[in-house]
Design a protein around this ligand. Structure first.
Ligand SMILES: Nc1ncnc2c1ncn2[C@@H]1O[C@H](COP(=O)(O)OP(=O)(O)OP(=O)(O)O)[C@@H](O)[C@H]1O
Length: 700
């Protein structure tokens, strides 16, 4: 078909050409009817116009069906769109198949240099709106929002590939290639489910216009995972093992609460929470991509853990190649460092000088004082200074004297707090004397810098994963980047997995999430057996949630996936434990488990170092988690639990667990011992729940 045909009349253009439409009694302008009264003439004219419009609509539909015929021939389902949209909307079809969902319409896209006319703008806007409505409808079943694409086709053309907002404009002869280039994303069962749903919905009347834009906030305090319309059972459309797709299953198919959380529109900062393995990181990735598509400007996806961004970056590139460049994935310290560098603010981080500053301060203030007791080690006071004091950005002793110290069980009296404050000041002097800053200073400097000279356009939105690990100052920094803008700040996390003792509440950082919280409750990672053992560690325990309340963990739906029982070995001594650990890794390798799917996690650095040494001695390839760049290297992952946050492995071995940490009720513990034990057990809980299939714990 010639290029010029793209401007042929269609349903949006009332053309008065003299055409006789078969099956109608209405003729064109040379109607030989005898002269009649004016009213009858007007009536005839309007009936003629309607008939021509109907004809033109039918022709446009036919043309559209010709455009998608090659897809039909390749096994994609073509579903006619429901009537609706704007009066001038072109007919559209939804193509559902292995390559995802495409809402397709033809366009009068300009051929020459005329630019985009208002008519084309309206066509594309209308198509984007149809795709948006389809996305909303299919999200109820769990289809990931990014899977619905809007395709405007220039009839008779080849080699056209333009993007106008969310709409991709392609030539007719490019359609098949463009669609199939997306690879195999949906299983046959999923595609058929979507087709049936769309076919059923085309039969029902439109729910009225639903243009993209601000949507009303829900009245409920917490949005439950139950979608507004009962979805098809997730299990019914989840990919079966025999129907492999080219992408990770979660990239295209979400559970309904996840899909809701990704698309939810909020008039201010919002929160997404859920127990371990409920897909929070998955949702964070989807939401970052979703916001990048919906907005002008960059989106920041950030987290506290330095190692997690390296894992997230390649996932995002696969999930959303179309917007991967618009999403910056960076740890919060990386963001702070960048801000300072851009503004020429000096900030020198030097680990050995930082340690020297601490050691000197401890010698000057801590050693021999009331805080130098048997109950607390220096790590406790270091955490108190860096997380509790500096993490909040406290500047005066009076602030610290009154602080509730949420999450720290051991109460400190006034004189003790005074000593801790003196220690903090001595440490600060020590850093200054050496011309260095620690990581808490780095974030505080960047936060102060941005507060003094804001940069409102830097990011269109910020999505924070593992928010429970951030400090108050880090949250202020991130909040400062986007403020309370609609959908500006999305906080994702689980207070039960807190492994740093800052204990902050969102209001300390000036953040109010109001009723804008979504709770995820389908566990997607571990077997029921792994989860059951891990859950005993936190059952009945409370933790200070970022909403300022004391919480027990979020519940999740029963886990159906079954696997072997976790192994708990009681070893005679350390030598015995190491030998068994190495042997178990070797057994997994012999059983065909890839080395990269085995993780050895430790609670202490010494435990991780020892495991690395012994595994290497046995000839096994090892990569330290803190040095891992997220690539798919064939080596056992070894590291501290802190570095395993957000990660998962098929098999997890715990290298340095003390038997008493697993003991349910030791009794008679004072506050300090109780706090330490709770902290340990929370870390163990995080470590164990990194395992998808196998868990091995050895105690001495
Ligand atoms: N919709 C889904 N379909 C299939 N798998 C999913 C889905 N959502 C999540 N998963 C899988 O579940 C596992 C856990 O997901 P994710 O890491 O996002 O959970 P999380 O809540 O962030 O976990 P944690 O808090 O324990 O770190 C991953 O293997 C992920 O691929």
């Amino acid at each position: 078909m010639p290029a010029g045909d793209s401007t042929a009349p269609d349903a949006t253009t009332v053309d008065a050409r003299p055409v006789t439409v078969p099956g109608t009694e209405v003729a064109g302008t040379d109607d030989p009817a005898p002269a009649a009264p004016a009213a009858r003439a007007t009536d005839r004219r309007s009936r003629a116009a309607a008939a021509v419009q109907a004809w033109a609509g039918a022709a446009a539909r036919e043309r559209l069906l010709r455009v998608v015929a090659p897809l039909d021939a390749r096994g994609h389902h073509v579903v006619p769109d429901a009537p609706g949209g704007s009066r001038r909307a072109r007919p559209a079809v939804t193509v559902v198949g292995p390559a995802g969902v495409h809402v397709v319409a033809t366009t009068t896209w300009p051929v020459g240099d005329d630019g985009v006319t208002p008519e084309v703008t309206e066509e594309l806007f209308s198509l984007a709106d149809r795709a948006y409505r389809t996305e909303a409808e299919l999200a109820e079943l769990g289809l990931a929002p990014g899977e619905v694409r809007a395709l405007a086709v220039v009839v008779g053309r080849e080699g056209v590939d333009e993007r106008v907002g969310p709409v991709r404009v392609v030539g007719e002869r490019d359609v098949l290639r463009v669609v199939e280039a997306r690879g195999r994303r949906l299983t046959g069962t999923q595609a058929a489910t979507l087709r049936d749903h769309l076919l059923a919905s085309t039969a029902r009347p439109e729910a009225g216009p639903a243009l993209p834009g601000p949507r009303p906030e829900p009245a409920a305090e917490v949005v439950s995972s139950v979608p507004p319309v009962a979805p098809a059972p997730v299990t019914g459309v989840a990919p079966a093992a025999s129907e492999a797709v080219d992408v990770e299953p979660w990239m295209t198919w979400l559970d309904p609460a996840q899909a809701h959380a990704v698309r939810r529109s909020c008039n201010g900062p919002s929160r997404i929470r859920g127990a371990v393995g409920t897909g929070k990181t998955v949702v964070a990735l989807h939401r970052a991509a979703y916001l990048a598509r919906a907005r002008q400007g960059a989106v920041l996806l950030t987290t506290y853990t330095r190692t997690l961004p390296a894992t997230l970056r390649p996932l995002l590139a696969r999930l959303a190649p179309d917007v991967a460049d618009a999403v910056e994935v960076a740890g919060v310290h990386e963001v702070a460092a960048r801000v300072l560098a851009e503004r020429g603010v000096a900030c020198r981080i030097d680990a050995s000088l930082i340690t020297a500053a601490w050691t000197t301060a401890w010698g000057q203030v801590g050693a021999g004082s009331v805080i130098d007791d048997e109950d607390h080690d220096q790590v406790y006071w270091h955490d108190e200074v860096t997380h509790v004091i500096k993490g909040r950005g406290l500047t005066r002793f009076e602030q610290y004297a009154m602080l509730p110290r949420r999450g720290r069980r051991h109460q400190l009296d006034g004189p003790t707090r005074r000593v801790v404050w003196d220690l903090h000041e001595a440490y600060a002097r020590g850093l200054a004397d050496r011309g260095v800053h620690d990581l808490a200073d780095q974030v505080a400097l960047a936060q102060a810098e941005l507060a003094a000279r804001p940069e409102p356009g830097r990011y269109a939105a910020v999505v924070v994963d593992e928010v429970q690990d951030l400090s108050t100052v880090a949250l202020r920094l991130l909040h400062g980047l986007v403020g309370d803008a609609p959908d500006g700040l999305t906080l994702v996390g689980d207070g039960q997995q807190t492994v740093y003792p800052g204990g902050f509440a969102l209001d300390e950082a000036g953040i109010d999430v109001g009723a804008r919280t979504t709770v995820l409750d389908v566990h997607h990672r571990s077997t029921a057996q792994v989860l059951q053992l891990a859950s005993t560690l936190v059952a009945g325990e409370t933790f200070p949630d970022v909403d300022g309340t004391e919480q027990t963990g979020d519940a999740h739906a029963p886990v159906l996936r079954q696997g072997p029982s976790p192994v708990w070995v009681r070893c005679a001594n350390e030598v015995d434990r190491t030998a068994r650990l190495v042997r178990h890794v070797q057994e997994l390798v012999t059983a065909g488990v890839p080395l990269g799917q085995v993780g050895v996690l430790a609670l202490s650095r010494a435990g991780a170092d020892h495991a690395v040494q012994q595994l290497r001695r046995a000839g096994l390839n090892v990569v330290r988690l803190e040095q891992h760049d997220g690539s798919d290297v064939d080596a056992v992952r070894v590291g501290a639990v802190k570095h395993a946050k957000g990660l998962e492995l098929a098999h997890v071995l715990l290298a340095d667990v003390a038997a008493e940490w697993l003991d349910r009720s030791p009794g008679g513990l004072d506050d300090v011992a109780r706090e330490r034990r709770e902290h340990r057990r929370r870390e163990l809980y995080v470590a164990m729940t990194r395992a998808r299939d196998g868990l091995w714990v050895a105690t001495v």
